[in-house]
Design a protein. Structure first.
Length: 657
């Protein structure tokens, strides 16, 4: 079904939300107005559609997500006389193409989630439309059928013309109509009902209603039937499947009414059947698209969370097992060989993972990107889920051949196993954290969830997210470690050591937060702050103790700071603002940061050394440097690693004894 295309130059991001909503309504009205039986003008009809569009937009963003508003919007289309068969298809086409485009730009939900929601809204809208249309049709047809049957009875008594009118209505009805006695013997069927069952009216009449059972019939269906033929109810309505003569299934909305004689005694049963097979197939297709990954065909995040919630529902002795898989090095394949090759690799991986879940209580799903999950319910314990993890790693061990290339696939798995009762978000978070532990350990392996390790990872994440605000709030402070002359014990300066006074965790040493600052890039502003504070303090000491000789201040530089293009400019700016002589500043760099350093990295250090700033090589002896390598480094101070000094003390004690 084609829908009006977006006019050139009317970008969905150029206007406000209300303008985009009205643009969506304009497209919708252009699509369905030509097939709508209404006396309204198109402008008036557009005003009528506006609240329906706003309902769909609100439902797209609703939390929790609910498809009921979309169902009501579909019913409202029928109320607006949009009953042409083309009206629903065009409306679904507009919603599929433009709802997320015009109404999803302000959302914080990912596009994949918005698309999944949009598909479910289409399904609900189609269901509401079909329900309203069915009720309208059934009401009209049932009234016609009742009138027709009454007319037929009257015709048998009086008028032959009434019989003709009844036959015209009965035979020409758009839905199937059948009349049976109270024993279930079919007395009359119309042409529509005959076609619905594949023809052969005689074969229909040869069967009793009670013989038309189907495995999916619920007990309530035949309970309602028995109550009706006993005269205990006037009608009932159910969704019921039937087998056609060729073995295929016919799905119907069935309405059965009891017809009484002039004295009020039950006499006949009137059945109205609407063929809903195509609508049911549409429902199943929309449901499949909303719950399965378009690339691999595996269940997607939506369906996985539905299964996970069921698996985690509190139950006696129920257990679950979850394997969270992330492919190692997938980004390299995408970047080097292209996304097309990456997609084909994901499809191959999905096929292999599918072959690993052989039990009825196991499933595998794709969460997105190169992340997959395998879930097993009714787990017999840790051994069952680790066996599943071993099967997954084994399935990935054989190289893949794509476009003549042999690609090796590795994966890291986080494994969680335990009793039901936990929350889905908590379980998935634990599996995700555990997967990253496996990846950090080298990958191509699985790790079992460890609550203590999870707690450390959560704490680490909390510290990472709190770092920027901590710097703004002034939670960092500096401790100064004296630099003492070994000969006479005099203090010649101090080394600046940064600390974090965390509101919850207390005072944290640099080993707890410097690596996090390195990962996030916050080390640059943090390092500049440390340099400013340390230099300011050194200048203060020099002013207060001018007669005690020059005091020097040592400040550590991280590897990230070494690569920052403003290292020299920031250092010069800090020194000039404070008035501290460059010779009173010593910047400490770890040996590992300078191993294999090229001239581009050494150039800023040389510039600082030429200004008079001392460069110290910290932790010397822990890496692979030797004294010969020092010739090319602009280093004026060596700080030996503690392992050297411990060895010297032990050697001295041995000789003295």
């Amino acid at each position: 079904m084609k829908v009006p295309s977006q006019p050139a130059g009317s970008g969905a991001e150029a206007d406000g939300p209300e303008d985009r909503l009205r643009r969506f309504v304009t497209i919708w009205s252009r699509a369905i107005f030509p097939v709508t039986a209404t006396s309204l003008t198109r402008a008036e009809f557009e005003v009528h559609l506006l609240p329906l569009a706003r309902t769909l937009c609100d439902a797209l963003h609703a939390r929790p997500f609910d498809t009921a508003p979309a169902q009501r919007a579909g019913a409202a289309l029928v109320a607006a006389h949009c009953t042409d068969p083309d009206a629903l298809g065009r409306s679904l086409g507009v919603v599929d193409s433009y709802l997320v485009l015009y109404c999803g730009t302000e959302s914080d939900l990912p596009t994949e989630e918005l698309r999944a929601r949009c598909a479910r809204l289409q399904h609900a809208m189609a269901a509401g439309y079909a329900q309203a249309l069915r009720e309208r049709t059934l009401a009209e047809q049932e009234a016609i059928a009742r009138s027709a049957l009454a007319a037929r009875t009257a015709a048998e008594i009086a008028l032959h013309a009434t019989e003709s009118r009844f036959r015209a209505v009965f035979d020409g009805a758009a839905i199937g109509i059948g009349i049976a006695d109270l024993d279930g013997n079919l007395l009359e069927v119309n042409e529509t009902l005959t076609r619905m069952f594949g023809g052969m009216e005689g074969r229909l009449r040869s069967r009793k209603v009670s013989e038309w059972v189907h495995p999916e019939d619920g007990p309530h269906v035949w309970k309602l039937y028995e109550e009706l033929v006993r005269g205990e109810r006037e009608h009932y309505r159910v969704e019921k499947p039937y087998y056609r003569g060729d073995g295929t299934v016919l799905w119907t909305n069935l309405t059965v009414s009891l017809l009484r004689d002039a004295d009020g005694r039950p006499q006949y049963q009137l059945a109205l059947l609407e063929d809903t097979t195509e609508r049911r197939l549409l429902h199943l297709r929309l449901r499949y698209e909303a719950t399965h990954d378009a690339l691999t065909g595996l269940p997607n995040r939506t369906l996985f969370f539905e299964r996970l919630e069921k698996a985690l529902a509190p139950s006696d002795n129920a257990r679950f097992g979850l394997c969270y898989l992330d492919l190692d090095g997938f980004k390299v394949i995408n970047d080097s060989l292209g996304h097309s090759t990456g997609d084909r690799l994901l499809v191959e991986v999905a096929d292999r993972l599918q072959s690993c879940v052989t039990g009825a209580n196991e499933m595998v799903a794709r969460l997105g990107g190169d992340e997959f999950v395998a879930l097993t319910t009714g787990s017999g314990g840790e051994r069952d889920v680790t066996d599943l993890a071993d099967r997954i790693l084994g399935a990935l061990a054989t190289p893949l051949r794509i476009d003549g290339r042999e690609l090796t696939v590795r994966g890291s798995l986080g494994v969680v196993e335990g009793p039901a009762g936990s929350g889905p978000a908590e379980v998935l978070r634990s599996a995700d954290i555990t997967m990253y532990r496996a990846k950090s350990a080298g990958g191509n392996r699985f790790e079992l969830a460890d609550p203590e390790a999870d707690a450390r990872a959560i704490t680490r994440h909390g510290l990472t997210t709190a770092l920027p605000a901590a710097l703004e709030r002034g939670e960092f402070f500096i401790e100064y470690q004296p630099l003492v002359h070994l000969g006479d014990g005099s203090v010649h300066g101090a080394e600046a050591l940064v600390r974090w006074c965390h509101p919850q965790h207390g005072v944290l040493g640099p080993d707890r937060f410097i690596p996090l600052a390195e990962d996030t890039g916050l080390i640059v502003p943090l390092g500049r702050w440390v340099l400013q504070e340390a230099v300011r303090q050194a200048r203060f000491w020099q002013t207060r103790h001018a007669d005690g000789g020059p005091l020097r201040i040592n400040v550590n530089l991280s590897p990230t700071q070494l690569h920052h293009p403003r290292l020299v400019a920031d250092t010069v700016d800090v020194l000039e603002r404070s008035g501290l002589d460059p010779g009173a500043l010593c910047l400490e760099v770890t040996e590992s940061a300078l191993i294999g350093a090229d001239e581009g990295l050494l150039k800023p250090l040389r510039q600082l050394a030429e200004m008079g700033v001392d460069i110290a090589l910290d932790d010397f002896g822990t890496g692979y440097s030797n004294l010969a390598n020092l010739r090319r480094l602009p280093v004026s101070v060596l700080k030996l690693d503690r392992s050297f000094t411990r060895g010297m003390q032990q050697h001295r004690w041995t000789r003295s004894t």
